[in-house]
Design a protein around this ligand. Structure first.
Ligand SMILES: Cc1cc2nc3c(=O)[nH]c(=O)nc-3n(C[C@H](O)[C@H](O)[C@H](O)COP(=O)(O)OP(=O)(O)OC[C@H]3O[C@@H](n4cnc5c(N)ncnc54)[C@H](O)[C@@H]3O)c2cc1C
Length: 464
């Protein structure tokens, strides 16, 4: 049999770090942990979940010894590689959230998310975190009948929840906001923020340190032993003996045996254009610079960046039964498919090259709703599973984790992020097949313009 030719890498610039954002110059990394220490709270993972949690714990318990142990550098995981959309969305959509937790639960989550986005914006201003944060809102768009229906479902869900912050936008107004080919209607939410995620992660690390938190980079936790009153964490050159532990490793938590039944890895991808000239920007409009996400099941998301580029991400999202695989962080075939839809959406930018592409691992759960739960009651908590929308929700999750770790019963610990149980995946041989099949069917259905076929409906049902 003839061997298929290898897919050549696109001729784009290779990035020195796993994303454009992480490749921007920064100060030195923090030193790894050397020797043995003890702590009140040890946080494993220096992404948004770990760093926000460290900050919220330090504020709640001044004087507590809090350590963050990060395997590489802060933001190395999804937090330093994402699109930088901080949205109110938890899970797939408001409609989906209402279906899963009811209108009252969805309303509470949504209002907490609105508050969390306000807190992110204020925190960055107060702490002088220069993460190019803007507040242009998020436009969700449809480019076909099936997506029209999903826009309508969100608007109806908002009405059911008594929320008045989803504004319907019809064709001509969409076109005024951005001249994107094929866009027919949508809804607009003003709360959405755009930011540089790696700069936010580094800024959160510094803000945590100002509150007395000790951050150790290049310190992978290789073993976690829960004893009756303490938890021992092993790292290559040191150990931590801690009263309580938060596992904030998102997709990487797939290596924790108790979580393997619930968590899978979603590979997400982004491309980035060269900077546009003023004349090229004039061709697309987009004066208000809002973030845009479409209504495919595996959506596209796009936004302008502070340095005048267009970030174009989404479309294919392979689902893996195993833990994150660095070999999947770059996939020329997926970058080419992203370029294809970029060209279809902005034909007026045929002279704008795409310069960079990267990918990263996201922790997926069957219901697509993030979750905080105990591995060892009172000792080891985990908080994860944002399924592609974690920039905003991780700030809310940090407050939930704080209250759980401090043993406080608050309205936050009554949110569905805590009370709704994780749905198990099927056992291993079936798990991989189900994920592979679901992804293939959903991707094809998206590419063909809808999810109405029986196979696509089945795949969606499996991922509920
Ligand atoms: C390409 C892409 C685009 C995305 N776009 C968006 C978007 O625009 N908006 C949005 O809301 N969400 C987006 N997401 C999802 C979002 O980035 C994540 O939900 C969020 O960053 C999760 O944060 P986290 O801190 O829980 O996990 P992570 O950021 O993955 O952090 C986990 C950390 O744990 C560390 N770690 C792992 N194992 C160990 C160990 N054994 N010891 C110590 N440390 C360890 C890792 O190195 C990593 O730094 C995107 C994700 C990707 C990949």
């Amino acid at each position: 049999m003839e061997k298929e030719a290898a897919d050549p890498e696109p001729a784009w610039g290779r990035l020195p770090k796993p994303s454009y954002w992480l490749s921007q110059p920064t100060g030195p990394d923090r030193a790894p942990l050397e020797g043995g220490i003890s702590s009140d709270f040890a946080i494993v993972g220096g992404g948004f979940t770990g760093l926000w949690s460290a900050i919220r714990l330090a504020e709640a318990v001044p004087g507590a010894r809090i350590v963050v142990l990060e395997a590489r550098e802060v933001g190395f995981g999804a937090s330093g590689r994402n699109g930088g959309f901080a949205m109110t969305m938890v899970g797939r959509s408001l409609h989906d959230l209402v279906r899963k937790v009811g209108p009252a639960g969805a309303r509470r989550v949504h209002l907490e998310m609105v508050a969390a986005l306000g807190e992110i914006e204020r925190f960055c201003a107060d702490e002088a975190i220069n993460c190019q944060l803007s507040h242009p809102g998020i436009l969700t768009v449809s480019s076909g009948p099936e997506q029209d229906l999903r826009v309508e479902q969100d608007l109806r869900a908002a009405r059911r929840c008594g929320l008045d912050d989803f504004r319907e936008v019809i064709g001509p107004e969409c076109w005024e906001m951005v001249r994107a080919h094929g866009v027919r209607r949508g809804h607009f939410e003003e709360h959405g923020l755009l930011l540089d995620p790696a700069a936010l992660a580094r800024g959160l690390r510094d803000a945590a340190e100002r509150r007395g938190v000790e951050v150790f980079e290049h310190t992978p936790v290789t073993r976690l032993d829960a004893r009756p009153y303490r938890v021992q964490l092993a790292t290559p050159r040191g150990q931590v003996d801690s009263r309580q532990v938060l596992v904030a490793t998102n997709a990487y938590a797939r290596v924790v045996p108790q979580l393997r039944r619930y968590l899978f890895t979603v590979c997400a991808y982004i491309t980035l254009s060269a900077p546009l000239s003023e004349e090229q920007w004039a061709r697309v409009g987009w004066a208000k610079g809002m973030g845009i996400e479409d209504k495919r099941i595996m959506p596209h998301f796009h936004r302008p960046t502070a340095d005048g580029r267009i970030l174009w991400g989404g479309r294919d999202a392979p689902l893996l039964a195993g833990p994150p695989d660095p070999a999947r962080d770059s996939d020329p075939r997926i970058f080419r498919r992203l370029e294809e839809t970029f060209r279809q959406t902005f034909p007026q930018l045929s002279d704008v090259p795409l310069e960079h592409g990267w990918g990263g691992p996201v922790g997926g759960t069957v219901a697509c709703i993030p979750h905080a739960g105990w591995l060892e009651r009172g000792r080891v908590l985990y908080a994860l599973g944002y399924s592609g929308h974690g920039v905003g929700p991780s700030a809310l999750m940090a407050k939930v984790a704080r209250d759980l770790l401090l043993g406080r019963a608050t309205p936050l610990t009554e949110l569905p992020l805590v009370t709704r149980r994780l749905t198990p995946l099927p056992p291993p041989p079936l798990q991989a097949r189900m994920l592979e099949l679901s992804q293939r069917v959903l991707q094809r259905s998206d590419d063909e313009g809808g999810a109405s076929g029986p196979l696509a409906r089945l795949a969606l049902r499996l991922l509920r």
